[in-house]
Write a protein that binds this ligand. Structure first.
Ligand SMILES: Cc1cc2nc3c(=O)[nH]c(=O)nc-3n(C[C@H](O)[C@H](O)[C@H](O)COP(=O)(O)O)c2cc1C
Length: 331
């Protein structure tokens, strides 16, 4: 019934990169999910190279007790011929984290529900997204794709009207963000992890500017809504409320964070600005300054995103998120 929709589902940002990385470094991986094995296999068959990357796939139907019981992870370790204490679990659900810990394994939690990090206290590490995973913390080879504090991404595009935020940007922080309307961007907001990104911003009929932005809930202010807050790195004499803004996002810098003081938040955002300003001079990122999308005149809110189109099937996305768990040995 779901198979048509599964073919349209995109992997979580960073999932392909992580799987490829572990495979290249010869790290055995198992996929262990409470879903029936047949449905896991069907789901991952749409993702190129995934099936071959896992030495073992274990479905909930193959063990007597589902997560939070440790059975599925113990079975995975057994099939990989590894001691549980040499395995690292990457989990998105609370029962999964409990199962991994009960199996005597190290567990990294990547909570699939936003703003739920505080519930994952038993995990050894909680990260915001797979983009934030640092394999070297776990004795594995580090990713080699970070460049000058930035992670290059397949560019994504978004445009919309500039709207008023909470008015803190200019007044409290001295950081005048040109907040983008989130209208029509539900899919994009659910697909991209919250965090600090950078790229190019186009104000049609005006120019193209360097840009650093946050997407998320601003943990320091604990917003109730996810917002898109680009900071155009240029001195302007006026604001842009109601104007159309086009963004090409080319890289990632860090997850959103909370800070002990407003000064620390401001300091960090200025650090992000310096990283983005410098990185955007690299040919890898500079080339996108000429993207015609930045200058195109169009109706606000009709953002094009890079990559293949997907349908916004939220609950299927969640089912999918719950299926991928990686186990790999600690060296
Ligand atoms: C580059 C950048 C990084 C940011 N990082 C964080 C962060 O780590 N934590 C946070 O709470 N807010 C972060 N913010 C959001 C600011 O707190 C936000 O822009 C400010 O509160 C203004 O919000 P307003 O325009 O809705 O008034 C960041 C903003 C930018 C532009």
């Amino acid at each position: 019934m779901f198979s048509d929709q599964w073919s349209n589902i995109k992997p979580l940002p960073g999932a392909n990169r992580l799987i490829k990385h572990l495979k290249v470094h010869g790290i055995p991986m198992a996929l262990a999910s409470n879903s029936p094995r047949m449905s896991i296999e069907s789901k991952i068959s749409y993702q190129q190279g995934w099936k071959d990357s896992f030495s073992s796939i274990i479905g909930g139907n193959e063990v007597s007790a589902a997560k939070p019981s440790p059975d599925i992870f113990l079975e995975a370790a057994n099939r990989l011929k590894l001691e549980p204490s040499n395995c690292l679990v990457i989990e998105d659900s609370l029962p999964g984290v409990a199962a991994g810990k009960a199996a005597g394994m190290k567990v990294i939690a990547v909570p699939y529900l936003p703003k739920q990090c505080h519930l994952y206290t038993s995990a050894d590490e909680v990260i915001n997204s797979l983009l934030d995973l640092r394999p070297e913390k776990w004795g594995l080879s580090p990713f080699q794709d970070w460049i000058e504090g930035t992670l290059p991404l397949e560019p994504w595009h978004i445009r919309g009207s500039v709207v008023k935020g909470f008015g803190r940007g200019s007044k409290m922080l001295g950081i005048p963000t040109a907040n983008l309307s989130t209208e029509g961007h539900t899919t994009l907001l659910s697909e991209h992890p919250s965090g600090v990104y950078f790229g190019w911003a186009g104000l049609p009929a005006r120019g193209v500017y360097k840009m650093v932005m946050s997407i998320g809930w601003n943990p320091y202010f604990n917003n109730k809504e996810k917002t898109i807050e680009p900071w155009l790195l240029h001195e302007f004499d006026e604001d842009f409320y109601g104007k159309e803004l086009h963004l090409v996002i080319v890289g990632y810098i860090r997850p959103e964070m909370n800070f002990p003081s407003l000064e620390k938040l401001i300091e960090k955002i200025h650090g992000d600005r310096r990283i983005a300003e410098k990185a955007l001079e690299l040919p890898l990122y500079l080339k996108y300054k000429d993207d015609p999308y930045l200058k195109a005149i169009g109706r606000p809110g009709t953002g094009r995103q890079g990559g293949p189109k997907t349908r916004p099937v939220r609950h299927i996305e969640d089912v999918y998120r719950a299926t991928w768990k990686v186990l790999d040995p600690l060296s």
